[in-house]
Design a binder for this molecule. Structure first.
Ligand code: DOR
Length: 422
């Protein structure tokens, strides 16, 4: 089946490319100059972008399907304009066995949403005591190793893990927080935590751990990827390490780019996340670091929990923010529209950089490219309405925010994975 997307404004990591009639055939871009097709879409006034790729998604399978499952999670991803997501291994049981990866990849093929990739645990059971069987996990399809959700307290395990993973050509992603400095902190330590009387998690818990992990990378070699960077100093350390030529990459989440700890004044656990929302100066530093490439990737850290769990009292509620369905419109509105952040750079951070980080080809809007594409409407404003989310987590820190840039069509290998053309 051929699909012709007419009059779309093309944007990829090179920036705005002008208008074209894009013909999609057999999972590829067949032409930028139109052609015969069974289906024709008039995309006047819309941007056509490479579909996004999320390096950091919690799909909660196996074992926590009450929070999310493959169908809800992968369809939510497609609705957010994502062609592929990397599922995190902090599940129940933990994803640390090849059979589990094979089963998940098999099940995901039957879901009509985004494609699935799987991150495997770095340590058996994510317990930080001994390495998981990295080579067998890679053979089963693992694209990343991480104990995400847990901190890596054992420095030697991380050093050896980085070295083994490098031999397999796989990056190691770290949840960089010093558990002893974080202690029982539930919000960023500062004026807000003091006024609320809540235990604080200092910025230094992150920056001290990043400093250690950068040293470990220098020693162990290998590719270190720092997840959900949240602090001014963390960004500075990554910038310095890159200037020295270290093999380090970093990601930032939509929430750390758009919210500060002042959102916590309402004591609503929906804003409770790890690492915590920080101060305005941190947010500004993260935006600058994303723009200058210090931070390579925007990754969602979509972390669904049940509403019941999130409505518990603040100290007991779990950490995590669901955001797959709002990530792009949120950043398009708040960064590109309101602050003039370069759209091409945002597309690079959400589509090209995460693919390259895993050794894949970035999708460019050229003849022959894989047809992982998303069409977004840059004009029609719509509020965030979490009750309409496909994700099982039907709540949002951004509920009611008026956003533009909503995806209206997501193609995954040329297949329609989401459509809301109206
Ligand atoms: O807020 C978070 N939620 N941060 C994490 O690191 C883990 C995640 C989860 O799994 O819920």
């Amino acid at each position: 089946m051929r699909l012709l997307i007419k009059n779309a404004q093309l944007v990829d990591d090179r920036g705005e490319l002008g208008r074209a009639d894009v013909l999609v055939e057999a999972g590829r871009i067949a032409s930028l100059e139109g052609g015969e097709a069974e289906h024709v879409i008039d995309a006047s006034g819309h941007f056509l972008l490479p579909a996004f790729f999320d390096l950091h998604t919690h799909l909660r399978v196996p074992g926590q399907e009450v929070k999310e499952d493959l169908s809800s999670g992968l369809r939510a991803a497609a609705a957010g304009g994502f062609a592929e997501v990397v599922a995190m291994p902090n599940t129940d049981p933990v994803i640390d066995r090849p059979e589990v990866i094979r089963a998940l990849l098999g099940q995901a093929r039957r879901v009509d949403g985004a494609r699935l990739s799987v991150a495997a645990a770095l340590s058996a059971g994510q317990e930080g005591r001994r390495l998981a069987e990295l080579s067998r996990l890679k053979d089963a399809g693992a694209v990343l190793f991480t104990d995400d959700g847990h901190t890596n307290e054992d420095a030697r395990l991380l050093a050896v893990g980085l070295r083994y993973a490098a031999a397999l050509g796989v990056p190691v992603a770290v949840h960089a927080e010093d558990a002893t400095l974080r202690a029982d902190g539930v919000v960023h330590e500062g004026e807000v935590s003091e006024r609320l009387g809540l235990p604080g998690n200092p910025a230094e818990a992150e920056s001290a751990r990043i400093a250690r992990d950068l040293e470990i990378q220098r020693y162990g070699k290998g590719h270190l990827h720092i997840q959900h960077l949240s602090t001014y100093t963390g960004a500075k350390l990554v910038r310095q390490a890159k200037a020295k030529g270290q093999r380090v990459t970093a990601e930032v989440t939509p929430h750390h780019l758009t919210l500060t700890d002042e959102a916590l004044f309402g004591l609503d656990p929906i804003f409770k996340v790890a690492p915590p929302l920080r101060e305005r100066a941190d947010v500004e530093a993260l935006i600058a670091a994303l723009e200058d490439g210090t931070v390579d990737v925007v990754a969602t850290d979509h972390a669904p929990h049940t509403l019941d769990e999130k409505e518990a009292d603040f100290l007991r509620a779990p950490f995590g923010i669901p955001n797959l369905e709002v990530a792009f419109p949120l950043l398009f509105t708040e960064l590109v529209k309101k602050r003039g952040f370069p759209l091409g750079r945002l597309v690079e951070a959400m589509a090209s950089a995460p693919r390259r980080l895993l050794g894949r080809e970035a999708v460019r809007l050229e003849v022959g490219a894989r047809a992982d594409l998303v069409l977004v409407d840059p004009k029609r404003a719509r509020p965030v309405t979490p009750e309409g989310f496909i994700s099982k987590a039907k709540y949002s820190p951004w509920a009611g925010w008026e956003l533009v840039g909503w995806p209206v069509l997501t193609l995954v290998d040329g297949r329609v994975a989401y459509e809301a053309l109206g």
